[in-house]
Design a protein around this ligand. Sequence first.
Ligand SMILES: Nc1ncnc2c1ncn2[C@@H]1O[C@H](COP(=O)(O)OP(=O)(O)OP(=O)(O)O)[C@@H](O)[C@H]1O
Ligand SMILES: [Mg+2]
Length: 507
Amino acid sequence: MDAQISVRDIVKVYPNGVVANKKVSLDIQEKTIHAIVGENGAGKTTLTKILFGLELPQEGEIFVKGKKVHFRSPIDAIKMGIGMVHQHFMLAENLTVFENLILGIEPTKFKIFLDKKTAKEKILKYIEKYKIDIPLEKKIKELPIGVKQRVEIFKALLRDVDILILDEPTAVLTPQEAEVLFESLRELKNQGETIIFISHKLKEIKAIADVITIMRDGRVISTNSNEELTQHDIARLMVGREVSFERVEEPKEIGKVVLTVKNLTYTNSERIKVLKNINFEVREGEIVGIAGVEGNGQTELVELITGLKTPTEGEIRLFDENISGKSVREIRTRGLVHIPEDRMKNGVAEKAKLKENLISDRYYKPPFSNKGALNYNYIDSEANRLVKDFNIITQSIENPVSSLSGGNIQKVIVTRELSSNPKVIIASQPARGIDVGSEELVHNFIKEARDKKCAVLLVSADLDEILKLSTRVLVIYNGEIVKSFNEVSTLRAEDLGPYMLGVKRGD
Ligand SMILES: Nc1ncnc2c1ncn2[C@@H]1O[C@H](COP(=O)(O)OP(=O)(O)OP(=O)(O)O)[C@@H](O)[C@H]1O
Ligand SMILES: [Mg+2]
């Protein structure tokens, strides 16, 4: 049987000399969901960009449906029936779904949409065919992220592609939204689509993939059917060692209260009360997990604690001092660090060098600088040490952060925040977009900080992460803490679900 896509000995060297694909060969069969997994920087995105005509390889051959192709742009790829949904959506926020769908297709090139009526007919036909639920008259900006993604997928389908590439489509989705996406993908497969799926969530890979290809350091190291591999096998092949998914051991000693949130209320600029009378404490040596579907007030809660926003009512106390309304700098000097949920917005200066990002919170202090003069030798040796200790994959600390892969950028932030000997860690989705090996590393660093009596607040939509790390779990729904669980070792994701969805609430 001819494969839908055959890739032979692809080599990709970026202008900066990074060899991202080192003779990659791969066959993708028709009507399968083919997962590609691998560590951050393994070359997955590069390979899919080549398949979609966004990057040109230096060597190798690509065959699509038996025909040798030379893609110079996505237009060439689309003509051969290949579509790609990017992680960062490319929809016009102020237009409706319908307007975005017809925008996405240039009538002159495709001669499909000569008028709106024909367009609408085709769209309705495809909605029925693919059983994809999208609100045509709503504006994009009014839609939750999972629905925006459905629009992106639908836009690709409208171009009559039969091969769909999805690069980390679930990284930004809640578990509930991911489930809906998987239903659609299964339906698409039944309709004859071939799907290439990249994800770091091994549970998802096991749930959805027919075939699993593992990449490491620019090479394909194996391709197997799903049944041939367990989650542990995949992790081991990816990172070259055993990875633990077990719950971390309980803290030895829980000390005094470090962080107190008292009667905290926040009303946003649209006069919506997004947090309502929140109360909790975090003690030395414990990890308090906040579980919830994203968008239930977690973002604001973290912004209030870290000084990015000021409470409407109530107070936040750090070591018996009211810090509500204090600046980010003032709060940080008291030993509170923050791993932000949006790494590009609040986490790094993209154009700055890797080493500058690693020390941006401490360069003005000795021994990084003395009497205002920077100590470059010390800065370089310290940056190199951090890169090594935290396993950040890069050629040089002189490279801009933007040249790192997504997961490695996340590691830069975690490294900087956790290496400053914090007393309190506010961690939002700390493992988002990073590979299982790095995730374990980040989790171990958080656990080690806990064992050094650090107080940790962990906010995550990933229930496996919450259940693995937390000493106690609070569930947030619609701006309120609706339930608290003090015993986590026997807790399961299913126990949290009804509270997260607002179906149940505690006392
Ligand atoms: N535009 C670019 N210029 C230079 N180097 C790049 C560029 N894009 C990626 N790289 C490098 O190529 C390598 C492979 O990156 P790629 O984005 O393909 O990895 P990935 O497997 O998708 O990783 P992740 O899981 O973190 O998304 C990395 O070392 C990365 O730093
Ligand atoms: Mg990638």
